[in-house]
Write a protein that binds this ligand. Sequence first.
Ligand code: UDP
Ligand code: MG
Length: 313
Amino acid sequence: MLSVVAPAYNEREILSTFVEQTVAVLESTGEAWEIVLVDDGSDDGTWDVILTAARADDRVRGVRLSRNFGHQLALTAGMSLARGDGVITMDSDLQHPPEVIPELLAASGGNDVVYAVRSPQDAAGRWKRFSAHVFYALLNRLSSLELPEGAADYRWMSRRVVDVLLEMPERHRFLRGLVRWAGYDQVFVEYHRPVRQVGESKYSLRRMVLFAWDAVVSFSSFPLRLASVIGALVSLLGWLYLIYTLAIRVFSNRVVPGWTSVTAAVLVLGGAQLVFLGILGQYVGRMYDDVKRRPLFLIAEDTSNDASTGFDR
Ligand code: UDP
Ligand code: MG
């Protein structure tokens, strides 16, 4: 069986179209399938759309998280419920066109991960394209991941890869990195990504920066090493300056006047130390989050076992 997992956060207007189109494509593949829709704490009536879809077809399952946990955790919740031998994760805003599903399946034979990679020219807008470019270049340099630019969370995964992901307890999840980390046989299929027709992107600039930071910090300890490199550079400069001032004192009758340079050095060093304390704090904070071992998400309702929604499967 094939499972399709799609998280939805305030996607009321587009969700029923998404389900309709996805069901049509899945039916055409001739395989047994299920769709797991995860309502990530929407407040616009998305859950009602999901309930209607689940009533109409019992292969559509809906779960509602107890609040907004974010895209990556909503995907994780959906994957933990998916029962298929293969699982496809995709957005529910039709920016991941369901028509690509047969191509993913066609490429899945003998492989463990098939990524749908959007063709480079259709990243939405110049700014998003530029920021994505910088982000992937940086991440690929800092970590050993080799993530292709344009591979978002639209992919087919085999059961063993899904199980690996579900065994990873970390809270700050950068799923596409974790999937890459898992290895096995991974291939890529290119697709054309349309612009969002309805609703708006839930990834604000702030969320994007936090997401990128999660990615860097989860897969690289370079920010930590940066402290040593900059520390060494600064102390080298300090030594050179010391030699210079001593030389002037010994070989001439001038002295280097002091106050300004001392203050500047103290400020620069103090600032650098605070920045690196902050970076250290980020890693420690993440460890603290993981050490607490709180559940990654809470499910409030599930159409497959919740009597109150009139379902009994
Ligand atoms: N999403 C979610 N929880 C969130 C934010 C987004 O489940 O907190 C879902 C959203 O409904 C969509 C997918 O994640 O199906 C991708 O989000 P979006 O389209 O806003 O991101 P973009 O395509 O702009 O990167
Ligand atoms: Mg989108």
